[in-house]
Ligand binder design. Structure first.
Ligand code: ZN
Ligand code: ZN
Ligand code: FE
Length: 754
């Protein structure tokens, strides 16, 4: 009686987000028969009903889809009528199924927040969740994704929860972490010096402690945080002092987007990112000041909106409008996830520890992002993203990409996907290296991965490269900046020759020097160094990252000679003359002075020369300060020369020093310097285009986290007819290196098989 059959294919982010039970529910509601399954492309539905029901069904899919899903396309084709008796969810066995079963952690949804007020067994229950929200990756120990293989395993579901869990029409159908007041995890509060922990009225007490200026270690989804009043300078300064984290900016949280607008400038795009279910920290321009110690000297601050039920509860009671929410760790260690360790170590910083009795299995830091040129840009890809894969157009099966060293993530290849690990951190820290090795083992077990080919950085000493070689399979060593360019290419689906511009602090070059101001003619198979920043010696090697004045002295020594009158410049007034003398001697005799063309070092040198930042307290502080103070609307720039393949800064330094002597404002010098870098990018891109005819420019490397540099380069290159590609869902810093290594290794395998 007018029954027809539609084959519906949905693409987008539709797996691991409760999409199939959702389809089941709306199929029943619209009297549809057939089935739904996951496949490699997304979700496929066979639907049989009357035409008007099918039309309504499609409209419902679009309008009512789970919040964590994202529909890119719905394709419908008519099929021969089969006469299915009912509607069911088909188990699929596709390659990607195992992968997509592991969803990232999802911020609590608005339905659950309202259930916290109305459902008797969940009134004010802070571990509420449903198929649309709650912890995922952080609690998964093994696949299939079933409660007994998560850290919810010790909690036996009560009858009420079980009914919801087994009723396909319920929003908690197969929500593995489903829990309530009677059967789920709970918080416990420990106050330093008091032996009796508290189990009741924790949020009330917590909010009072924060308003009193105390520091709290609060267990989050993927690790502990330190929390305190972000408007109380004493509290924030004390947190800094105890955490030994002088200078490094801290993230903050407000109770709502409206409150956030009181303190920060928030564009619509930024608001969307802040409110997304992934709930990252978003870097925003400051509007009204917080306590000075939150983000000393920088014009932007990282803000995250509440994403756990307890965050929402806290903001109903706490008087302050902004709290600090920073990683709960000591110095460079990974963020603490163990409750025992929290009570032992975090009390060195916190007055109060608030814990809960569900274990965190996979550590995930808060992700960090910003918006540049209307696009979301990830800086740290972790909670909310990990371990969702990046799709490549190459076979990645069996490839392990070990990543870089300082901002490490790794990747494993399944099918045509790169599964990127969560943010791991600086492997030079022993605990972080242990976290890296443990995470590798866990990913291997979780995704049933067997390495057949290993890709690592060319740097002989990177601990990630050493780990890669220890696996005993064929190993490809990949140049750092080639990997940066390949990462951006992979993210943008490019597999051809491009003009690759990679700017960062440091990466090992095949000639044994340090690279980092690179113009590469590259594809996924190989690269050529077409142009590069004139290398300078780095007196003391790695020491220069903490002492940018050393790099400044090196540039001056190189371009003006040791006898010039530059040693009376004001930036040297705070430097110990003996140390300066040692640096000059090292330069004269070329002792422990590795050569570097790193763009980051050039930014360091300029920041030091202007007196803005001669010593740093955290990674990339000098370039961040330089960007932060930049004057707007300045058109001027400095002169540089291109000699053979080198971009030589001699003239720039002479002009810069002239400006300093003429008391030109730091902010203006910074703007002219930034304009100089933009102009170099344009000039060299045109030169390379003339030589190769290539019109595609790929921008990557940590220096392109500079908002001004990236946005202006993108705009001007586009205006000149270039097609410009930059990173968005994968960081352009070393957190994106693993993806680039993966793409190059996959291409290597493809070339080998031809
Ligand atoms: Zn929910
Ligand atoms: Zn229950
Ligand atoms: Fe790098």
């Amino acid at each position: 009686m007018g029954l027809i059959s539609w084959d519906i294919r949905i693409q987008g982010l539709v797996q691991g987000v409760g999409f199939r039970p959702f389809i089941y529910r709306i199929a029943l509601a619209n009297d549809i028969r057939g089935w739904v399954e996951n496949n490699n492309e997304g979700v496929r539905i066979m639907a049989e009903a009357r035409h008007e029901n099918l039309t309504q069904f499609i409209a419902d899919i679009r309008q009512l889809a789970p919040p964590a899903s994202l529909i890119n396309s719905i394709e419908v084709s008519e099929k021969a009528f089969d006469g299915y008796p009912d509607f069911n969810i088909r188990k699929s066995s596709s390659v990607s199924d195992a992968v997509t079963e592991v969803s990232p952690d999802i911020a609590v949804c608005s339905d659950c927040l309202s259930d916290m007020r109305t459902q008797a067994h969940r009134i004010a229950y802070p571990f509420i969740n449903c198929t649309n929200c709650g912890p995922r990756f952080s609690i998964i120990k093994a696949l299939p994704y079933d409660r007994h293989l998560t850290t919810m395993e010790p909690f036996v579901m009560c009858e009420t929860c079980k009914q919801e869990y087994t009723n396909i029409l319920d929003r908690r159908f197969h929500a593995q972490p489903v829990a309530c007041l009677h059967c789920g995890p709970h918080y416990t509060m420990f106050r330093k010096g008091l032996d009796a922990p508290m189990n009741n009225h924790i949020v009330e007490q917590l909010s009072q402690y924060i308003d009193q200026g105390l520091i709290v270690a609060l267990k989050g989804i993927g690790g502990y945080h330190f929390v305190c009043d972000a408007l109380n300078e004493d509290a924030v300064a004390l947190l800094r002092e105890r955490k030994n984290r002088e200078g490094k900016p801290m993230a903050v949280m407000t109770g709502s987007l409206e409150k956030a607008r009181d303190y920060f400038q928030v564009s619509e795009q930024e608001a969307g990112l802040l409110l997304s279910w992934r709930r990252p920290i978003v870097l925003l321009n400051n509007r009204n000041p917080l306590a000075a110690s939150v983000s000393k000297g920088l014009n932007s601050t990282g803000l995250v909106l509440p994403y756990m039920p307890i965050h929402f509860q806290l903001f109903e009671l706490v008087k302050t409008e902004v709290i600090v929410l920073t990683s709960g760790n000591l110095s460079d260690e990974p963020v603490t996830i163990s409750d025992a360790l929290a009570l032992e170590k975090l009390f060195e910083v916190a007055d109060v520890v608030v814990s809960y009795n569900r274990e965190i299995h996979n550590r995930t830091d808060d992700s960090v992002a910003m918006v540049i040129n209307g696009k979301d840009r990830l800086i740290r890809r972790s909670r909310g993203w990990a371990p969702s894969p990046v799709n490549l157009q190459l076979n990645t099966e069996g490839i392990f990409a070990a990543g870089a060293e300082l901002v490490n993530t790794f990747a494993i290849g399944k099918g045509s996907q790169a599964i990127l690990s969560q943010h791991i951190g600086d492997l030079k820290n022993a605990e972080t290296l242990a976290f890296y090795e443990e995470s590798y083992q866990r990913f291997t077990a979780l995704f049933r991965f067997q390495p057949g080919l290993v890709a690592c950085d060319l740097h002989p000493d990177y601990l990630s490269s050493q780990f890669a070689r220890s696996l005993g399979v064929e190993t490809l060593e990949i140049q750092h900046h080639h990997a940066h360019i390949a990462s951006c290419m992979a993210e943008n689906g490019l597999d051809e020759q491009v003009i690759g511009i990679a700017f960062d602090g440091t990466g090992y070059g095949p000639d044994g020097t340090i690279w980092g101001g690179e113009f590469l003619t590259a594809d996924l198979s190989s690269f050529q160094r077409s142009c590069y920043f004139d290398p300078v010696p780095l007196p003391g090697g790695d020491l220069v990252t903490a002492y940018p004045w050393r790099t400044a002295v090196s540039y001056l020594h190189k371009y003006m000679g040791p006898q010039a009158n530059w040693n009376t410049l004001p930036f040297l007034s705070g430097i110990d003359p003996e140390e300066l003398d040692l640096v000059l001697q090292a330069l004269d005799r070329n002792l422990n002075c590795p050569l570097s063309s790193g763009a980051g070092r050039l930014f360091d040198a300029v920041a030091a020369l202007t007196g803005l930042c001669t010593q740093t307290k955290f990674h990339a502080e000098a370039p961040m300060m330089l960007e932060s103070i930049m004057a707007k609307g300045i058109k001027g720039k400095y002169l540089v020369e291109v000699i053979e393949n080198r971009i030589v800064f001699r003239k720039m330094f002479y002009q810069l020093i002239k400006d300093i002597h003429a008391n030109v404002d730091q902010a203006v010098i910074s703007a002219k310097f930034h304009n100089t870098i933009v102009s170099i990018v344009l000039t060299i891109a045109r030169k390379m285009n003339t030589e190769s005819g290539c019109k595609k420019v790929v921008l990557s490397g940590g220096s392109f986290q500079n908002k001004y540099l990236l946005s202006v380069c993108e705009q001007l290159l586009s205006e000149q007819g270039f097609e410009v590609f930059s990173q968005s869902a994968v960081p352009s810093n070393d957190g994106g290196i693993a993806l680039g290594q993966m793409a190059i290794a996959a291409k290597y395998l493809e070339n080998k098989s031809i």
